[in-house]
Every structure is written in C-alpha cells, then in structure tokens.
Design a protein around this ligand. Structure first.
Ligand SMILES: *Cc1c(COP(=O)(O)O)cnc(C)c1O
Length: 447
C-alpha cells in the first residue's frame, strides 16, 4: 500500500465538490484495481459479487488483511512482541480465522468477543481484555478461558477481578491501563488518552494502584498498558505516551514491581481519502530504539490499520433526486450499515464499480450520497463529483473497520451480507439477514 503518492494526483477538491480519481485512488489501496473499466477486489470483479450476493454488501480481501498484519510482524521482528488484533474493528469469524492462522493474538472488549475468538480457533493465552466496564460475567468467562492479560482501568475493576479470581481459585494476570494525558489530535469521540476521558488510571495514581494490585492474593501484575486514541496519523503522540509509560515502568522498578510486557494499544490511522498516516514500518522504526532499551515484551492492539482498507461496502443507487440546491443520490446502504460518516463526520471514498468513461458520457454532478433512513444525519458521503445513473453500483472504500460491526437494524432494515475474497475465489461469510429474523424473537402481546 502506498500512502506516499501525492494527494493531489488522487483527488481534486473544487468549489463544486470532491472529485476522486478512481484509478489513481485505488493504486493507494491494497487489493483494489480497475481491470479494464471494472472495479475488482483481488481478482474478483465487484459486479460478479453484486450479481451473486446483492447489495448492500461488505467485501473483504484476505490478502489485504494478511499484508497489514504481516507489516506489523515484520516491522517489530527484532524485538519480542505480540500483535493482538482489536476484535471490535471487525469481528467476523472468517476475519478472525485469517488472523488466527497468521499467528495473531486478540484484544477483546467483551465476553462476546472472547467467544468469537475461541470459536475461530484463537489461543486464549494470546488474548488481552480491554474495556472500562468489565462485568462479573466477563471476568468469569475470561478466567475460565485462561486469557493472557486483563487491562485494568480502575481500582473498582481490580477488586472485582480479585474477588472473582479468588472464588474460581484462579490467578488473574493484569496490566493497568494508564492514561498518559497526551493529545492524540484525532476526533474527540475516538481520542482516549486525555485526562478528561473515561479511560485508564491517571499517571499520578498508577504507582499506588500497582502497589495495591501487588498485594492481592489472586492477581499477578504482568504489564502496563495504554491506548491513546484511534485514527492517529502521526507518531509523535505515540512517542509521548511511550515516554510517560517508560517513566512509570522505571518508578515501579524502584518500588520492586517488575513487569513482563508493555502494551501500547492500537490506534494507528489509515488513509480514507487524503490522510497521510505514518506507515507501519516508520511507526516501528520510531518506537524501536526506546523499546529495545526498555527490554520488555511489546504488545500492540491494532484494529483499524489491519482491516479498514481490506474492506469495501458495495451499494446500489436506487433514486436520483436533483433539487435546486443539492443533488441527492439515494443508495440502498444507509447509516444503519455504515455509521462512521454520521457518527464521526468521517469522510470515505465513493468509487464507481464501472468507470464512467466506458459509458461514453460526461455527466459529472455534485452528489450527496445518502441512505433512505428517516434522519438527516443519514449520509454516507457529501459533495462528491460523480457521474451517476439509477442502478449504478458504488464502492465505499475503507469500510473493513468499524463498518459492519457498528451496523444496526434501525428502520427494521436487515443487515448486509459479508463476503471474503481471496485471489479469484469468494465466500459468503455472513448471509444477509432476512426481515423475518429481525423480529423472530419478539412477542406481539394481545390485549
Ligand atoms: C479500539 C481499541 C483498539 C483498536 O483501535 P484501532 O484504532 O482500531 O487500532 C485497541 N485497544 C483498545 C483498548 C481500544 O479501545
């Protein structure tokens, strides 16, 4: 994947709207290319997939997932490390299975995600459990499975883990998630390393909490953890957080508490349109000198940077509605399928499944790409210069992370199907929901 390609060769931002040059743009993504005029993912044309599975449809490239994972593996090869893929980014069993086979560990945030990892054949010992509000049931399930580490975010959680572990006669390995109070410079909803966030234990309190943890009979202190946010494009906030964490590691050492690992969380950003995130290799190169000096096993919890650009969402144009002020293209995917634009004002690229030049027309207009849901916030992309006709298939790129997993049944809409592609093969990895399934569990109480 090349993020080094100059941005102005792939997009033009005009007063009328944003023009994404499809052929140049896909060159910056793994596994997507136009073969003749048709958009293909690996060696499968998206039209084939639409004909077989319908729309809206999530499609993931196995090779793209693997190459992002391997970029982490290779970049950190010179130190002891464990890459724990953040399951919440995309938790389909087939996605997990691809990563299990590659040797990944997993970062989970619920016992539901733990069940998925185990169902996909994942090794519980390579699982770390993050999250600010673990329940008794979560902790029980994780202890029974024998996970590698709980990333603890409060004294109250520490006490609960101690209590549950004691009852089950287990020893719980733990890290404390410290909040290094650094500004990740990302969207406020996905920034987690600031003092005012709900996440982690403050730097000031951390030593005392570690000392408390060391006294508990059924707790074993094994590491330290931080996660400062998501979609970070620069390495500086990671370095700042690492410095703060190293300071703590040294203080703890002086107090007789020695750790086995340091977990720097996830959060590395990706290019959605014109972002220029630091590459995984450069990220590693910047961190490695400090990590080598520290000599602890490194854990990382990347989610987005492994799956985002391995996935696309295919959708069909149902209605074109030009108005005096704006032109609306109403597509069959909506905010219930892909909420990132509505929730985070995220910008994602929208590409034609077939290049318009082949249609022999030159009818670019500025379109608002919207869903059919009864919310003004239901948009997928704003002000895009595209040449559209009813029935056209569009691909929203960067949809492999925080896409399907955040989808809902709002407006009683069945969730999309998911497909995995590898070379010239494709598999349905989750069928489209049926309308009947949506209310099969409900009771209509009669008076
Ligand atoms: C969400 C999350 C991750 C993954 O973040 P990405 O931005 O997807 O890499 C990792 N660790 C924790 C604790 C998280 O909450």
């Amino acid at each position: 994947m090349s993020t080094s390609q100059p941005v102005d060769t792939i997009i033009s931002s005009t007063e009328e709207g944003l023009l994404i040059h499809p052929e140049e743009f896909v060159n910056t993504l793994p596994s997507l290319q136009y073969q003749y005029e048709a958009l293909c993912i690996e060696d499968v044309c998206v039209d084939t997939l639409v004909q077989e599975y319908g729309t809206p449809l999530y499609v993931y490239s196995k090779q793209a997932i693997l190459s992002a994972y391997e970029a982490y593996e290779n970049s950190f090869a010179m130190i002891d490390h464990q890459i724990c893929y953040a399951v919440k980014a995309n938790s389909n069993l087939s996605v997990l299975k691809v990563l299990v086979e590659a040797g990944a560990g997993f970062d989970i945030v619920s016992r539901g995600e733990l069940a998925r990892v185990l169902a996909a054949g994942g090794d519980a010992k390579k699982v770390v459990f993050s999250g600010v509000g673990k329940t008794k049931k979560d902790i029980e399930a994780a202890l029974q499975a024998g996970i590698g580490c709980f990333n603890v975010e409060s004294v109250s959680e520490l006490e609960l883990i101690q209590k549950v572990a004691r009852r089950l006669d287990k020893v719980a390995p733990i890290s404390l998630r410290v909040n290094p109070n650094v500004d990740a410079g990302t969207h406020p909803y996905i920034s987690t390393g600031l003092r005012d966030n709900k996440f982690g234990i403050t730097h000031e309190e951390a030593v005392a909490v570690y000392q408390q943890a060391a006294e508990f009979s059924n707790i074993q202190v094994v590491g330290i953890d931080c996660h400062i946010g998501s979609q970070l494009t620069e390495v500086a906030p990671f370095l700042a957080a690492l410095d703060k964490v190293i300071e703590l590691v040294e203080t703890l050492q002086e107090k007789g508490i020695t750790l086995e690992h340091i977990d720097l969380g996830g959060g590395l950003g990706v290019r959605y349109i014109d972002e220029t995130p630091v590459s995984i290799a450069d990220f590693a190169e910047a961190l490695l000198p400090k990590l080598q000096a520290l000599n602890l096993k490194l854990f990382l919890e990347p989610g987005r940077s492994i799956v985002a650009n391995a996935g696309i969402l295919l959708t069909q144009v149902d209605v074109l509605k030009p108005t005096a002020h704006k032109n609306f293209a109403i597509v069959d995917a909506a905010m219930n399928d892909l909420i990132r634009p509505a929730l985070y004002q995220a910008q994602m690229a929208v590409l034609p499944a077939v290049l318009p030049s082949s249609l022999g027309i030159d009818t670019y207009k500025c379109w608002e790409i919207v869903g059919a849901i009864c919310e003004t916030g239901d948009f997928l992309a704003k002000q895009r210069l595209l040449s559209l006709a009813v029935g056209d298939v569009l691909a929203i790129t960067g949809a492999g992370a925080y896409g399907f997993v955040m989808s809902s049944n709002y407006n009683t809409r069945a969730r999309a199907a998911e497909v995995m592609v590898s070379e010239d093969q494709h598999w349905l990895i989750r069928p489209r929901e049926t309308i009947e399934q949506l209310f099969a569990q409900e009771q209509a109480l009669l008076s």
